[in-house]
Design a protein around this ligand. Structure first.
Ligand code: FE2
Length: 228
């Protein structure tokens, strides 16, 4: 139990996970959405069905499958968009970067840019912004908690159940991604729930123990936890 109510919606042709989050105690009628990647009408209908107002749209990185619905969701909800600073030009000119056969998607000028290290308070939730490059050059992970509860990690395409983000796209780099994942393992407890951009929910501890891509990291680093 993280203190955060997280709803997952798998959208689009490459099964990307969009997440709607709000405080789990029902005290807030406000919510966040992370990576609205496609199917904007479905995501907006889900927001309405939950009876919440969107207060912010957070983007982990600007691959098309994570940002395809940013513009229509922002326009319909009025919620500001928070985007990785380095990747903002991609959001602002989406179709230039989309492989043939996908889209069309609408571009959007981010309302706020983030580089990692920021702390935000949005929709009654506390958000720590962590720079986790390697899958893409500006990739961010959001550690989201409510009222001092342990954080949940919205990790985009950094870490998956039994896998890791691909590093063969422009700006990808395995040693960099490995360092980013190592940083998350070092900073957060094993029980920390990970909501990835593709496939199912996992925990840092499960990946530390079983993810074949993390073997070198596990040998190099002794686990350490931090409070909260
Ligand atoms: Fe990606």
């Amino acid at each position: 139990m993280t203190g955060v109510d997280v709803r997952a919606f798998t959208v689009g042709p490459v099964a990307e996970n969009s997440y709607i989050l709000r405080a789990a105690d029902g005290s807030s009628s406000r919510a966040l959405i992370v990576d609205p990647g496609d199917e904007p009408q479905r995501l907006l209908a889900a927001v309405e069905a939950l009876g919440v107002e969107l207060e912010a749209i957070l983007v982990t990185h600007c691959h098309f499958d994570h940002i395809g619905a940013v513009a229509p969701v922002a326009e319909a909800s009025g919620a500001p968009v928070y985007c990785p600073s380095i990747e903002q030009p991609v959001l602002a000119d989406v179709m230039r970067w989309v492989p043939p056969g996908f889209g069309p998607f609408e571009s959007y000028e981010a309302d706020h840019v983030l580089s990692g290290g920021e702390r935000l308070s949005l929709a009654g939730l506390d958000i720590e912004v962590i720079f986790t490059p390697g899958h893409s050059p500006g990739h961010l992970t959001y550690a989201i908690s409510a009222a001092g509860s342990p954080p949940a990690l919205l990790s985009g395409d950094v870490l998956f159940q039994g896998s890791v983000g691909r590093v063969d796209l422009p700006g990808g780099d395995w040693p960099t991604l490995e360092r980013s994942i190592g940083g998350l393992l070092e900073a957060f407890a094993d029980e920390t729930v990970v909501y990835p951009g593709h496939m199912g929910v996992t925990t840092l501890g499960r990946e530390r123990a079983t993810n074949p891509f993390l073997r070198e990291l596990v040998i190099e680093k002794a686990p350490s936890h931090r409070a909260g």
